[in-house]
Structure formats: C-alpha cells, structure tokens
Design a protein around this ligand. Structure first.
Ligand SMILES: [Zn+2]
Length: 309
C-alpha cells in the first residue's frame, strides 16, 4: 500500500511558510500516529520512521496509520533541541496554548495531527547509549495504567522508565506535549532510544517489531507479528551528570548490574590530564543509559542507574 505524503499548513512565518510533513498509509482515518522530530537534535526517530514506512508499504493495512515525519522542522534544520526562533521546547508547551510563536503553532499542529487516533507514539533519542526505553508517566489512574501496560506489552521495550509521583513530576508531565495529546483522548506512548552513532541494527529491529505490534493491536494489521521477547525491566531512573569538563571514559558495561559506589567511568579533566576523576554509581541497580567516550561539559548527562520500580 503506497504512502500518501502531504503537509498540514501551520504558519506563514514572515514570508516563509511552515508545514507539518505527514505520511498517511492505509484506508480510513488513522488509528495510530507515530511522531518523529519533536527535538531537533534527535535524529534517530527519523531513521525509524523511514524503516517503518518502508515496512508498512509492503503490508496489507486494515486501517490508517499516520506518521508525522518531522514535527519540529526549524529545530531540525538548526540541529538543536529547540529552534532559536523562539527558544521554546516543543515537549514542554502542551498544545502551544494558542500562542503565536512558531514552535507553539507547530505543537498545536502535532496535537491536531494525532486527534482521532487511539494511540500516538512519540519518538525521542538520548545522546547517552540507550536501549529501547518507554515511559510510564506519573499521575495516572488505574485504568490509564492498565491501558498503558497493554501498549507496553506490545511495544516490548528493554526498559520502562517509571516516573516518580512527586508534585514536581506531575507538574513536568502535565505541561508536556504528551499530556496535551492525551487531553484530546489519544493515549500516548513516549519512546526513547540511542543517538545515531549508537543506533545499531538490533535496536532498530526491536523498535520496529514493537511499533508493528502496537499498530496491529490498534487493528491496522491482522497478520501475526514477531512475538515479543518480554525481557524488559521496569525502573526508577537516577541521572548522573558530568562533574566537570573533559573526556568521559566509560568503564562499566551498559545494561549490567552496579552497586552503590561502583566506578561507572572516569572523567579526564581538561586542565589536568593524567589526573582522572572516577564517577560512581549513586544507587544499586542496572546501568540503563551511559555515554560512550565523549567530550562533556559540566552538568552534561553521562549515565543513569535504574532501580527496580
Ligand atoms: Zn526529545
């Protein structure tokens, strides 16, 4: 089934027209919307949606599947998390609140592109090496959690990041694009993965198989999909940031168990080569995300430890 490429007009930004690029596949209104490119420095979702369209065009679809190919074009063209046209983070402004800023109008367009669907899958990547990771958002009812669990079982990620339930966690989530889409009655699955240099074929395969099962679950495919592996872990996540500027050298194995106080990596300080600074795991658990060898600035994310949720 051939994809239909079209554009949702968003705004005439001073003589430059902005659109939301959409790919629709299958008959009837879309039941699933997969969104890539919310953050302009996260290119891995673009690889995934290319593979997904290629896979779906060879399949018989029972209902519509929509892909928002690049949600935040100004940020993508700047290869920055958000565009410097307005310095608004598309993931933190809900549905844009009717604001005139370009990113706000784009956020409103993404919300309306998802409207009417059963589920929206919002794809992101981290700079840290990251397995297929889905989010369990805070502040949800039992019913919502049960429904979320159904989609998680289909997606079958390596890791589920279970958010805390502090007022701060609730506030952060309620202002997100995901929450704005959910207020329109569309269930949201937020999915994270590794950045391009670490986006290997096994990770792409796992993500694609998961997306196909979610699409099948929504009634868009009736063929049997690859069975899930069901080896996921559900964790609370503790982030550790670079203590200074320099080169981070990873030592501990990604995905492995760590004890509190284990050395995860070392920082080669800019001003003191030969005087490496160890960086320790703060809690026991699994090393779920970690940078490869990278140049870091103070405060950059270097790894996360997941403890059982
Ligand atoms: Zn992101």
């Amino acid at each position: 089934m051939e994809p239909v490429y079209h554009r949702l007009p968003v705004v005439d930004a001073g003589g430059m027209e902005l659109h939301l690029p959409i790919v629709d596949l299958g008959p009837g209104p879309p039941r699933v919307c997969v969104v890539a490119g919310i953050h302009g420095d996260e290119p891995s979702p673009l690889v995934l949606v290319d593979r997904l369209v290629t896979l779906l065009r060879g399949r018989e679809l029972r209902a519509g599947v929509r892909i928002v190919a690049a949600a935040n074009m100004p940020a993508l063209l700047q290869r920055a998390r958000w565009s410097n046209w307005d310095d608004e983070d598309m993931n933190r402004i809900g549905d844009g609140g009717g604001g005139p800023a370009v990113t706000r109008r784009l956020a409103a367009a993404v919300v309306s592109a998802c409207e009417g669907c059963e589920v929206a899958v919002n794809l992101h990547n981290f700079v840290m090496r990251t397995p297929l990771l889905a989010i369990m958002p805070p502040g949800q009812t039992e019913e919502h959690r049960a429904r979320h669990e159904k989609y998680l079982a289909a997606l079958d990620p390596h890791v589920v990041w279970v958010f805390g339930e502090t007022p701060e966690d609730h506030r952060a989530f309620s202002g997100s694009l995901d929450a704005a889409i959910e207020r329109r009655g569309v269930h949201v699955l937020a999915v994270e993965m590794a950045d391009l240099p670490e986006l290997d074929e096994p990770l792409i395969a796992r993500a694609l198989a998961g997306l196909m099962r979610v699409i099948a679950l929504c009634g868009c495919l009736d063929d049997t999909e690859r069975p899930p592996r069901r080896n996921r872990i559900d964790v609370h996540r503790r982030l550790v940031r670079a203590p200074g500027a320099g080169i981070f050298e990873p030592l501990a194995e990604l995905g492995g168990k760590v004890a509190a106080g284990d050395i995860v990596g070392e920082l080669i300080p800019l001003e003191r080569p030969g005087a490496r600074v160890p960086v320790y795991a703060p809690d026991p658990g699994w090393l779920i995300q970690r940078l490869g060898r990278r140049f870091v600035r103070p405060g950059d994310m270097i790894f996360t430890v997941g403890s059982p949720a």
